[in-house]
Write a protein that binds this ligand. Structure first.
Ligand code: HEC
Ligand code: HEC
Ligand code: HEC
Ligand code: HEC
Ligand code: HEC
Ligand code: HEC
Ligand code: HEC
Ligand code: HEC
Ligand code: HEC
Ligand code: HEC
Length: 278
């Protein structure tokens, strides 16, 4: 038997892969041997051809059950391409899936989605969206446990408000492209601008020039413990720095001047005050 298989493999190997010799048999044949339960047949994919996902099954059928067209041991990209043969034709997030960090790191569709048995989660997800994401991203979960954080673990929002799990030119998850202008201000609309007097700080890194997105030990999710540390990183008191220096009236030894935003209150931008006083 093994010898026959090897011979077959060698013969086929010249023409292509062994997989090509398997042919489609149609779902009725699959269902003749397999009792498919757990709600699958009445689910979204219930009418789909089994082989659309599993791949052709003639070798499996002819051998009476050997070489099952299972997903176990399959290359992640093979799996994703099976799914994308129906999904991801349009210019949507799935058409770009292979360029995203999940695909590039061997995370396929079925790490997140379960087809059958069908689970009750929306989007055929294996788990609720937050649990799903934190099951792999432990350090991100830890960030949401810091004293100041977005209310994700409390159920106030999910990772999906800020990240697209697939990939998307408009709303990709990569760090800089998106969040500065699209992601954050969709909820914090008062920070959207345009302002007559913009705080140019956000030009490069967006909101993340000053904030951490998930959680922080610093209040207001700031990247620095104290506000003056944050400001002085760009507005250095030493000359030769491109950004404006606080004028001499600023006595930084005095606590009064250290809390910069007591005076420069509209730190995100202002329509009336070039120094963001109001
Ligand atoms: C002639 C009967 C027969 C046909 C037709 C058939 N199978 Fe199977 N299949 C089996 C048998 C027998 C097994 C091994 C049973 C087991 O291990 O549970 C099996 C195993 C499998 C497995 C692995 C199950 C597991 O638990 O790992 C998958 C997946 C599978 N078949 C899918 C299909 C698909 C898809 C089709 C149609 C393209 C199909 N089968 C057609 C008999 C058949
Ligand atoms: C939309 C894609 C898709 C379709 C359509 C599909 N399957 Fe599956 N099937 C999967 C995936 C993925 C798995 C692996 C388990 C999982 O992750 O959900 C699987 C697992 C299985 C298994 C292994 C046992 C199990 O439940 O884990 C069998 C047997 C099976 N499918 C048979 C079938 C048959 C028969 C059909 C057609 C009636 C079918 N599948 C249609 C994607 C699909
Ligand atoms: C034979 C075509 C086909 C294949 C192959 C296929 N799907 Fe689908 N899928 C559909 C159709 C049709 C729908 C329903 C319409 C839609 O949402 O696009 C759907 C819907 C879905 C949904 C949304 C379900 C919901 O309830 O919101 C998910 C998630 C999904 N598919 C995942 C997958 C994954 C993962 C694979 C690969 C294992 C896969 N699909 C393979 C045809 C397919
Ligand atoms: C990292 C986890 C993850 C991976 C990997 C993943 N998905 Fe999803 N998918 C999700 C989540 C979460 C949602 C729900 C998104 C929402 O509703 O905002 C979703 C939604 C969907 C939907 C329904 C809504 C839509 O966007 O059309 C389809 C279809 C789908 N996924 C198919 C796929 C396919 C096909 C692959 C592989 C090419 C894949 N997914 C890979 C997590 C994932
Ligand atoms: C099966 C494990 C797994 C699951 C589930 C998963 N991810 Fe990932 N994710 C990874 C891996 C592996 C990478 C690439 C390595 C890294 O950056 O950690 C990654 C990368 C990312 C990145 C890009 C990181 C960067 O540095 O650019 C984001 C954002 C992300 N995932 C968000 C999510 C979200 C949101 C979910 C839930 C919908 C999710 N992930 C579910 C494994 C997973
Ligand atoms: C409020 C919006 C927001 C929420 C909610 C959010 N993220 Fe993020 N996430 C971001 C932004 C913005 C970045 C880019 C950070 C940067 O560039 O410094 C990021 C970066 C990441 C990264 C890569 C860098 C890192 O910290 O590892 C991963 C992975 C990630 N997020 C996963 C998740 C997961 C998982 C969840 C849900 C548990 C989640 N995010 C919830 C906005 C968010
Ligand atoms: C889905 C809506 C949503 C998105 C998107 C969002 N936030 Fe938030 N943000 C909230 C909510 C809700 C709170 C908690 C408000 C509260 O506790 O009173 C919050 C709190 C904050 C706080 C702390 C406020 C305080 O008083 O402590 C900061 C700073 C913040 N967000 C910045 C950001 C940044 C930066 C982004 C983009 C990476 C972002 N947010 C994206 C909803 C959102
Ligand atoms: C130059 C640094 C800086 C940038 C860039 C920045 N912030 Fe802030 N943000 C701050 C400081 C400092 C505070 C705390 C103000 C205080 O304590 O009076 C704050 C407070 C906040 C708060 C909570 C208090 C409030 O006013 O609602 C939110 C929400 C917020 N920022 C969102 C954003 C968003 C969204 C962006 C991007 C559009 C952004 N920030 C960009 C420095 C910045
Ligand atoms: C990431 C760098 C960065 C950070 C952090 C930052 N700024 Fe700025 N800020 C700039 C840049 C760039 C400009 C515009 C160019 C300039 O300074 O002339 C600017 C402009 C200003 C102006 C207006 C100056 C003028 O042009 O009249 C004030 C006032 C100011 N920042 C105060 C602050 C305060 C207070 C903080 C701390 C809450 C802060 N900045 C944090 C980069 C930054
Ligand atoms: C007690 C109120 C007060 C505090 C606190 C304060 N400033 Fe100012 N700041 C001023 C005044 C007044 C001006 C002069 C504005 C003008 O010329 O229109 C100024 C101007 C500036 C300018 C230059 C604006 C320009 O047009 O060139 C920068 C930069 C600046 N401050 C940064 C800071 C930083 C950083 C801190 C915290 C370390 C801080 N300020 C704390 C009141 C304050």
């Amino acid at each position: 038997m093994i010898q026959i298989l090897i011979l077959q493999f060698l013969l086929v190997g010249a023409a292509g892969t062994q997989e090509e010799t398997a042919e489609l048999i149609g779902r009725d044949m699959c269902l003749a041997c397999h009792e498919v339960t757990n709600g699958f047949l009445s689910s979204t994919h219930g009418d789909a051809e089994c082989e659309g996902c599993h791949g052709p099954g003639s070798l499996h059928m002819d051998s009476g059950g050997d070489t099952p067209p299972t997903f176990e041991g399959k290359a992640p990209n093979w799996v994703s391409d099976q799914c994308r043969s129906c999904h991801g034709k349009a210019e949507d997030s799935l058409s770009l899936f292979r360029q995203g960090p999940h695909s590039r790191n061997q995370v396929s569709c079925i790490e997140c989605h379960q087809i059958h048995p069908v689970k009750a989660n929306f989007g055929l997800l294996k788990e609720g969206p937050v649990e799903l994401c934190t099951s792999c991203h432990h350090s991100v979960e830890a960030a949401f446990r810091k004293p100041f954080h977005h209310p994700v673990l409390e159920g106030g929002m999910t990772c999906l408000e800020c990240h697209n799990p697939h990939s998307d030119p408009e709303q990709s998850f990569s760090r800089l492209e998106v969040f500065p202008k699209n992601g954050c201000v969709s909820c914090h609309a008062d920070k959207r601008g345009p302002f007559v007097f913009e705080h140019a700080s956000s030009r490069v890194n967006g909101c993340m020039a000053c904030h951490q997105p998930h959680g922080s030990f610093n209040s207001k999710l700031l990247v620095r413990n104290e506000v003056h540390q944050l400001c002085l990183e760009c507005h250095s008191m030493t000359p030769n720095i491109a950004t404006a220096q606080p004028p001499a009236i600023h006595d930084l030894r005095s606590p009064r001047y250290r809390n910069c935003t007591t005076c420069h209150r509209e730190i995100h931008g202002s329509n009336v005050s070039p120094a963001f006083f109001r």
